[in-house]
Write a protein that binds this ligand. Structure first.
Ligand code: HGY
Ligand code: MN
Ligand code: MN
Length: 425
């Protein structure tokens, strides 16, 4: 490593924390159930647009060359001494779910920015360029497909298919991206691909905090399967309709929810996790037997074969359930599907070595959540670092919390890893 490039730098944890809290003000709301301030910055909403604009202003203030691509991914590049060398890309997302905290995704993007700010202060020029990215619509909760921006950048989803995705109000991704002014002029594919991709993220689970471990070295992500299930029954009067005459869509929807938990608890599908995050009845009135039910099914499995078996079992179950009563109809539509992804072993070894050098205790673990890194792994060596979450690592909730110290520790490790990789031939 050239003399003027340090092995590692200590980032300014207070400045990082201030940036996280500043961004969290955008889309902030009072969560009635928890009594806490939550964050809601769904992809391509006005709140997301405000967050994007704040990030761009910070990137420019840090001297980065900013570019926005056609799917709205925001890149900020810091030149290296070898201008044309492939960059080390550091990223995540700043869109959120509807009941988020301040850290999911934002730590990875603002942590990358903090590294840039620190290198600027230290007057350090790396060999390779460093680039930060905020990918569009990682959460997928509005337009129905997660990791969208990174999947388009990696070529798994075509840009026109992303543009055509619609939200519950029939607004398309493409229209909304244009409306908020982030349909950028740059091509979406990463050609040439980055030298490496690094992502720091809160664990969003209990392992680090329960074991008292500082950081996580992430081995990969598990498979994800999202489906929308529609149950068509028949509207009828709640009082006058004899029970045997009813085709109660709500009853069959409840049976599906129960069956999914039975599948998990049976142990027949490995380490399957199943979630019905959305369940709505139509018309939804007190005195009408539900005509229709809409539910979303989120399946997760670290083993692809077990995931396929679970999907096939569910399809057979739904087919059988439909035959239970004349007039009942059940449909299923795939929304999103990714297989388990293993992160680069060499990069994991570098993260582990740097964690040791920093005196950080570390655990090796697979991610329970999906991340942009799983898409980037298709185009370049990729690895993730987990920061410890508090309160059992709860996430996708206003309860989501990490400490300034946990965040700074993880970003110090991200910085050390990035410096190593940015100095490689
Ligand atoms: O759903 C996930 O795993 C991620 O939060 N998008
Ligand atoms: Mn995330
Ligand atoms: Mn998330």
């Amino acid at each position: 490593m050239p003399r003027d490039v340090p092995e590692r730098v200590a980032v300014d944890g207070d400045r990082l924390w201030r940036s996280l809290m500043e961004l969290a003000k955008i889309g902030a709301y009072d969560d009635a159930q928890t009594g806490l301030r939550g964050v809601s910055r769904l992809a391509l909403t006005d709140a997301d647009a405000d967050g994007r604009r704040l990030l761009v202003s910070w990137m420019k203030a840090a001297g980065l060359t900013v570019r926005v691509d056609a799917v709205g991914n925001i890149y900020g590049r810091r030149a290296g001494s070898e201008q044309d060398a492939r960059p080390v890309l550091i990223g995540s997302h700043i869109d959120s779910v509807a009941s988020a905290g301040a850290f999911d995704g934002c730590l990875g993007v603002l942590g990358g920015l903090e590294i840039i700010r620190t290198l600027n202060e230290r007057g350090v020029t790396t060999r390779r360029p460093l680039e930060i990215v905020a990918f569009s619509d990682e959460e997928g909760v509005r337009f129905g497909t997660d990791m969208l921006g990174s999947a388009v950048a990696a070529g798994r989803i075509a840009l026109e298919d992303a543009y055509a995705l619609k939200d519950a109000d029939g607004l398309s991704f493409g229209e909304e991206l244009t409306r908020i002014g982030f349909a950028g002029p740059h091509g979406v594919r990463l050609n040439p691909p980055p030298h490496a991709y690094l992502e720091c993220h809160i664990e969003q689970g209990p392992l680090l905090v329960r074991s008292g471990t500082d950081v996580g070295v992430v081995t990969g992500t598990q498979g994800i399967s999202w489906q929308e299930i529609l149950v068509y029954g028949r509207a009828a009067h709640a009082g006058a309709t004899p029970t045997e005459m009813r085709i109660d869509a709500g009853l069959f929807a409840a049976e599906i929810v129960r069956h999914l938990r039975d599948m998990v608890e049976s142990g027949d599908f490995g380490k399957l996790r199943a979630t019905v995050g959305h369940l709505s009845l139509h018309p939804g009135d007190t005195n009408i037997v539900p005509a229709r039910a809409r539910l979303t099914v989120d399946l997760r499995n670290p083993d692809e074969d077990e995931m396929v078996r679970a999907e096939e079992h569910l399809a057979r179950y739904l087919d059988g359930l439909q035959g239970v009563q004349d007039g009942l109809r059940i449909t299923a539509r795939r929304m999103a599907r990714t297989s388990p992804v293993a992160f680069n072993a060499r990069l994991q070894a570098i993260v582990t070595r740097e964690a040791d050098s920093l005196g950080l205790t570390h655990a090796v673990l697979m991610s329970g959540a999906g991340h942009d890194a799983q898409e980037m792994a298709a185009v370049c060596p990729a690895v993730m670092i987990f920061a410890r979450g508090e309160y059992d690592g709860i996430s996708h909730s206003p309860r989501e919390y990490s400490t300034a110290e946990s965040c700074a520790r993880a970003i110090d490790l991200l910085a050390a890893t990035a410096l190593k990789l940015a100095d490689e031939e």
